[in-house]
Design a protein around this ligand. Sequence first.
Ligand code: SF4
Length: 137
Amino acid sequence: MDKPKPVCQRKGDCCRSFPGWFGPGEVEKAAQHLGMEVDDFARKYLIIDGIEVEGHGWVDVFAPVRLNKHGLPAFPLLSRVDVFYRYFEGPCIFFKENGCILYPCHPIECRHYFCGQPEEENLSHQEIARMWIDGNA
Ligand code: SF4
């Protein structure tokens, strides 16, 4: 018998601490969802994170910026963040009172993450970086 599909409980625990990475083509869809030009959307909401992928070197990936305790971007927008970003816990800029304002165009990492799901079933940053190399999500 197939295992039941996990369902997002919409608790927002992950959104309050670790925003997910976008896959290729998703920034454009998210910008369109908010009725914005892609450049404006990126300048207002995103940072550039990344990871080293064997055989490809460093791969840059877009991600939502995290907010500080004043509700402001905790890192310069569209900057390439460093290791401090990984340890900084702050809510995702897209997380509002009623949940994710990007839903249903939220990033691929968020779409694959479910509370309580075994770690190996989450989408890893290596897997997402490889999607950027291949150009598809
Ligand atoms: S993009 Fe949406 S689903 Fe993903 S962490 Fe931010 S608020 Fe949550």
